[in-house]
Design a protein around this ligand. Structure first.
Ligand SMILES: O=C(O)C(=O)C[C@H](O)[C@H](O)COP(=O)(O)O
Length: 206
């Protein structure tokens, strides 16, 4: 699977923080039950790598990736743990080289035309616009379409059920990312039906 095919899996990619390893597998199952297969597990918690391994072993329908990659060591560790794609808030030369060595789909974060051009130069033409709402959102994406028509974006940061459709209507957007499918209180309270409903609603946006 390449990065474009990854974005075509569902209109929303959940950005997930696993605080308690015991919730990882059931959370993944709840999202998959709602039709969301590609799961970005961020490296923002100590349980993240363990969660990536547990989900990749126990939820075969899920496509598990890693988020918040900030250096090449983290990428290598996540791939070893079972991550099949990666997402980063930005891009460094070291990360680009480490990702290229694995050949796995990867969405580098960009916030400006120059960053987008740098990432494309490194071979990444499918990118995450981050933090989407803060850096210009829909207006910025429309403006980038003229000079950078071949770049495809997954905007993330400040996107929710209320504004996702505006993004998904743009021709240079194939998917949006967001944490709203996994509200911490629903995850900690193990309200899996709530998560499944949020995932179902997300699949209907467009
Ligand atoms: O952790 C990462 O990998 C990031 O780069 C940032 C996240 O994608 C956004 O923080 C999600 O944004 P919200 O949906 O507004 O919560």
């Amino acid at each position: 699977m390449n990065a474009l095919e990854l974005l075509e899996q569902s209109p929303v990619m959940p950005v997930i923080v696993i605080q308690n390893i015991d919730t990882a597998v059931e959370l993944a199952q709840a999202l998959v039950a709602g039709g969301v297969r590609s799961l970005e597990i961020t490296l923002r918690s100590d349980a993240a790598l363990q969660a990536i391994t547990a989900i990749s072993q126990e939820v075969p329908e899920a496509l598990v990736g890693v988020g918040t990659i900030r250096n090449a060591r983290q990428w290598d560790a996540a791939v070893k743990a079972g991550a099949r794609f990666g997402v980063s808030p930005g891009l460094t030369a070291d990360i680009a080289a480490a990702v290229q060595a694995t050949g796995l789909p990867f969405l580098p974060g960009v916030a400006t035309a120059s960053e987008s051009m740098y990432a494309a130069d490194q071979g990444f033409t499918v990118q995450k616009l981050f933090p989407a709402e803060a850096v210009g959102g829909v207006a910025l994406l429309k403006a980038l379409q003229g000079p950078l028509p071949d770049i495809v974006f997954c905007p993330t940061g400040g996107i929710n059920a209320g504004n996702a459709a505006k993004y998904l209507a743009l021709s240079n957007v194939k998917c949006v990312g967001g944490s709203w499918l996994t509200p911490p209180e629903a995850v900690l309270g193990q309200q899996w039906e709530v998560i499944t409903q949020l995932a179902k609603q997300a699949c209907e946006i467009r």
